[in-house]
Design a protein around this ligand. Structure first.
Ligand code: AMP
Length: 233
């Protein structure tokens, strides 16, 4: 059986986090938890949370920590995360969220934090050409569109440009990344959890770098659930 994992992927908007987290979730058979996708579903379904969240999303502002933490706490309570773990995409985004998350997770701990490193000029170009499926969140671009007429290859949903992929909202999101999220790099490095991985290259190249790091960690026996000694090769 593939062992589970508790992974966080950090990286600026447009660093390829979403694409890579989807792939990691398939490879390690863990749920892909994207707080951005969860919030977009709430907005689309016009739930009370969605109605509250909409103005933050449109402006590229961060949703208040306590709201995001409550949403993640509910998701962590489900069986799949308890038994398999997770790959977290877009969370935590502030030091307060990281602290709150550590509390939620106790007595378990995170296995690895993978930091996708990429120059800002490159993410700007990616964000402007990014297109996403409105229904399942699958990611495309103007240079790699879905096969048929902007209809999602995965679920048949409509593939569109995200409303917060406008120049103004992108700038705000990147500024917030520097001030609010970048300090998490030092936080997880101090805990000896962080690995920097270059996000430059094709999705396959970046994926190979990530899985090499995770596999090396796994073979060192650092993963949850630990493989019992009698089942080790
Ligand atoms: P993303 O898809 O991760 O780029 O997230 C899209 C938007 O959802 C962000 O610009 C925020 O408005 C909101 N959001 C997603 N995750 C978080 C989070 N962990 N904390 C606060 N706001 C978030």
């Amino acid at each position: 059986m593939v062992p589970g994992a508790r992974l966080i992927v950090l990286g600026k908007q447009g660093s390829g986090k979403g694409t890579q987290c989807t792939r990691l979730s398939h490879r390690y058979v863990v749920p892909h938890i994207s707080t951005g996708d969860m919030l977009r579903v709430e907005v689309k379904s016009r739930t009370p949370l969605g109605l509250q969240a909409r103005r933050y999303l449109d402006a590229g502002d961060l949703i208040p920590d306590e709201i995001v933490l409550a949403m993640v706490a509910a998701r962590l309570d489900r069986d799949d995360t308890r038994t398999r773990g997770f790959v977290l995409d877009g969370f935590p985004r502030t030091v307060a969220q990281a602290d709150g998350f550590d509390e939620l997770l106790k007595p378990a701990v995170i296995d690895l934090v993978l930091n996708l490193v990429i120059p800002t000029e490159m993410v700007l170009a990616r964000l402007v050409s990014r297109r996403v499926c409105e229904d399942c969140g699958a990611i495309y671009s103007t240079s790699v569109p879905p096969k048929l007429n902007w209809t999602c290859d995965v679920c048949g949903g409509e593939v569109v440009q995200r409303e917060d992929d406008t120049e103004e909202a992108i700038k705000n999101r990147l500024d917030l990344y520097e001030t609010q999220t970048a300090p998490l790099v030092a936080r997880y490095a101090a805990l000896d959890k962080l690995v920097d991985v270059s996000g430059v290259g094709t999705p396959d190249e970046v994926n190979l770098r990530l899985t090499s790091v995770i596999d090396a960690y796994q073979h060192g026996g650092g993963f949850f659930p630990p493989v019992p000694p009698e089942e080790r090769p």
